[in-house]
Design a protein around this ligand. Sequence first.
Ligand code: CUA
Length: 372
Amino acid sequence: MSQHTAPPQKVNLGPGFWPVAIGLSIFNIIGTYFIVTWDVNGFLPEAATPAGDIDFLFKFMAVFGSAIFVYVTGFIVFFAIAWRRRPSDAPDAIGIQVHDSPKLEFWWTAIPAVLVVILAFFSVRIWANLQQTAGDVLTMESIGHQFKYEFRYPTLKQSVYDDMHLPVDTPITLHVTSADVIHSFWVPEIRLKYDMVPGLVQTMRFTPKKTGAYRIICTEFCGTSHGNMLAALHIDTPAQFQQWLAKQAKTQTQGSGPVALAGGNAASGQQLFGQKCASCHNANGGFDAKIVGPGLGKLANDAAHPQLVTGEKPDADGISHILIKGYQGPDMSQGKSGAALGVMPNRQANALSNGDIANLTAYLLSLSQKKS
Ligand code: CUA
């Protein structure tokens, strides 16, 4: 333990030490009162369990963290003023050297150790509840894409994008992963945040408790449109949820079948382009006028790029095929050369109906005609 040779001396703590200590204590008590009584739920709704447990952890840490902050910074400021160098001091004067206080050292080790053990106890209990599979009712998946969320429901043949619906009071098991780069799945109102990592499936469990619409936010920088990677979580009543599921199942079957390209309307396509395509594609300028993907202003008559990136002819069929299937850039791991052209979501991800595809194709072809 300590190896002090001199007997402990009575240390002068400085003028006004005890009044300052009492003042800091009063300040700390007031702070603690506000932390404990603060209505987190009013600030950010607890829309699902375990949000309440996690808020408790947050308050527990905030109470002790703020006490440490108040006393440590308070006494640093106090001692800096009380023991400042005075004009009368010699130029090489040093302060009083204080060491070896076994009693203090014991308590400042023991108290934080006990607090950390209590914190670990509460944290492990919440973590164990999150692993609890007994109550699983709805098990589904979410996959992160640049820059969209895909949701897979067990009863739907096709994925749903952008809007996630969940029934209230139903235990949810959600497996999250990614198709390209690292994204994350964060719903502030649930207080859970999981990274979506390619090749890794992570499982989150929660039970929606409050109906309403909440945000799903990507918190990993995943590319140029990371800031736009948002989705909505709708917590519905069970009846509303069933209604929504039934509607999805119906529209999904209507979305298939051949696309009648001849009926495309360029003006409608232009409007749609602004909503769905303009954040990645430039409608003015040729291939090299890139935003995320290539510029599309000279799609059908660009001498430097006589073919589409898929190798197809730049006609209505070729263009519509990309809109339907999306596009995956060259796979470097397969030894293919060429610049990576990124990834374009398919029609499901862009929620494009047959009519939308015909309109967009007509619009994209009209761009080239104007400039020829
Ligand atoms: Cu996905 Cu940021």
